[in-house]
Design a protein around this ligand. Structure first.
Ligand code: 1SD
Ligand code: ZN
Length: 251
C-alpha cells in the first residue's frame, strides 16, 4: 500500500460553561461567603459610543484602575472596559438571562477585565477568570431618568461601524437601588463565546419606558454603504444548558 495512512486530527472545543442561562431563584444557593459587590466608578471616564454591528457600545479609558468592580465572587478588582445592551423587537423579550423562564425587555452588560492577572483585555478575554460582566435587567414602565443621555446619542451611531465622542458618562446612574445579585461561571454571549466570564447578574431590574427602548430599535445591524437595512433588534442569545453549574446568590 503506497498510500500512507492519513491521520486527521479534528479539533473541537467542549462547551461546559456557556451563557446566558435561565436563573431559577429557588435553585440558587445563598453563599454567606459572598461579600457585596462594590463599584468604584467615581473617576470613571467614558470615551466614545459606537455601533459594532451587534449592539451599541460605550467604551471607557481602561489604562488604569480608575473604574473597577470588586468584591462579591471576585478575587481582585476588574477594570471597566465598556458597556452595551441587548434587546428584543417587542417589550416581552430581549434580555439574555431569564429568571424562571421569564425574559426582561433588555439587558445591560458592563464588561470588566482582570488587569491584575492579565496584560491586555484580549488576553483576559480567553482566560477562565479574565472577565467580570455585570448584567442588569431593564423592565418597561416609566421613563428612566438618565437613559436619555444614551438614547439621545443613538442617531449618531445608527449604522454599523459608526462611532462618536461620548465623554463623562458615569454608568452609576444606570444601577438599581439594590445590588443583590446571582453569580455563576459562564461565557461571552457573542462569538467567539470564550468561557472567560464571571457573571454577576443583579436581581433588581431598572425601569425604562417603551419609548426609550424604541430608540434602540432604530439602530441598524448594517453599514451605511450596504443596500439592505436591517433593524438592530433581537440581539440576544437564548439560555444555554447549565451542565451542572451552580448559581450562587448574595442574599
Ligand atoms: O456581546 C459582547 C461583545 O460585544 C463583546 O463586548 C464581548 C466582550 O469582548 O462581550 C460580549 S457579552 O458576553 O458581554 N454579551
Ligand atoms: Zn452582552
Amino acid at each position: 500500500n503506497s498510500h500512507a495512512h492519513a491521520l486527521n486530527t479534528v479539533m473541537f472545543t467542549v462547551e461546559i460553561r456557556q451563557s446566558p442561562i435561565d436563573i431559577v431563584p429557588h435553585q440558587a444557593s445563598r453563599d454567606p461567603n459572598l461579600s457585596q459587590i462594590v463599584l468604584n466608578y467615581d473617576r470613571c471616564t467614558s470615551i466614545n459610543i459606537s455601533n459594532n454591528g451587534h449592539s451599541v457600545v460605550v467604551e471607557f479609558d481602561d489604562t488604569d484602575d480608575r473604574s473597577v468592580i470588586q468584591g462579591g465572587p471576585l478575587d481582585n478588582p476588574y477594570r471597566l472596559k465598556q458597556f452595551h445592551f441587548h434587546w428584543g423587537e417587542k417589550g416581552c423579550e430581549g434580555s439574555e438571562h431569564t429568571v424562571s423562564g421569564n425574559s426582561y425587555a433588555s439587558e445591560l452588560h458592563l464588561v470588566h477585565w482582570n488587569a491584575v492577572k492579565y496584560k491586555t483585555f484580549d488576553e483576559a478575554a480567553t482566560a477562565p477568570d479574565g472577565l467580570a460582566v455585570l448584567g442588569i435587567f431593564l423592565d418597561t414602565g416609566d421613563d428612566h431618568r438618565w437613559l436619555h443621555t444614551i438614547t439621545d446619542a443613538l442617531y449618531m451611531v445608527k449604522f454599523k461601524g459608526s462611532i462618536t465622542d461620548f465623554k463623562d458618562f458615569n454608568p452609576k446612574c444606570l444601577l438599581p437601588s439594590s445590588l443583590h445579585y446571582w453569580t455563576y461561571l459562564g461565557s461571552l454571549t457573542t462569538p467567539p463565546l470564550h468561557e472567560s466570564v464571571i457573571w454577576i447578574v443583579l436581581k433588581d431590574p431598572i425601569t425604562v419606558s417603551e419609548k426609550q427602548l424604541g430608540k434602540f430599535r432604530m439602530l441598524l445591524f448594517t453599514g451605511e454603504e450596504e443596500d439592505q437595512r436591517l433593524r438592530m433588534e433581537n440581539n440576544f442569545r437564548p439560555p444555554q444548558p447549565l451542565k451542572g453549574r451552580k448559581v450562587r446568590s448574595s442574599n
